[in-house]
Design a protein around this ligand. Structure first.
Ligand code: FES
Ligand code: FES
Length: 168
């Protein structure tokens, strides 16, 4: 059995120290802190449900070991909102009814926000599909999810400063 380690990182804007087995999964560590928006399904890195942003890049937190969080910045779906104010992307998911059971939604939101943050202009359907590769939605809400993200990308074109659907 491995010795426990201390890991310091920044989660949703808060500097924290975590303790645990170095091989513990990040999804477990985050949920242990009450961040239940991070959800685990396959535990194998193939469904996208557990996706969070690690230094701005979407990663599967079920296969990210605790030791790899050291010195990193993590953002979960809880960190996308500002208090009671949802991000523009979250609002658009509601507007477009881009979910049914919503179990997969936090993971989709993470990758969608990264896609919007890392691109410019109005995205095509194919660009969104490419950006969401590896995400599964068992309710089959793919069309509405794709539409919500494309609307966000279109809005940033027409918003002064390009702020459409920015993270809050
Ligand atoms: S639960 Fe992590 S990728 Fe499926
Ligand atoms: S909305 Fe139910 S799994 Fe995607």
């Amino acid at each position: 059995m491995n010795d426990e380690i201390l890991v310091t990182c920044r989660i949703n804007g808060e500097d924290v120290t975590l303790q645990g087995d170095p091989a513990d999964s990040t999804v477990s560590a985050l949920r242990a802190r009450g961040l239940y928006g991070v959800r685990e399904t396959c535990g194998l890195g193939v469904c996208g449900t557990c996706t969070v942003l690690l230094d701005g890049e979407p990663v599967s937190s079920c296969i990210l070991p605790l030791y790899a969080m050291d010195g990193r910045t993590i953002r979960t779906v809880e960190g996308a909102a500002s208090g009671e104010t949802l991000s523009g992307l979250q609002e658009q998911f509601i507007e477009s009814q881009a979910f049914q059971c919503s179990f997969c939604t936090p993971g989709f939101l993470a990758s969608a926000q990264a896609l919007l943050d890392q691109t410019e202009g109005e995205l095509t359907r194919q660009q969104v599909e490419d950006g969401l590769q590896g995400h599964l939605c068992r309710c089959g809400s793919y069309e509405a999810i794709n539409e919500a993200i494309r609307i966000c990308s279109r809005n940033r074109e027409s918003t002064p400063g390009g702020a459409g659907c920015a993270a809050s």
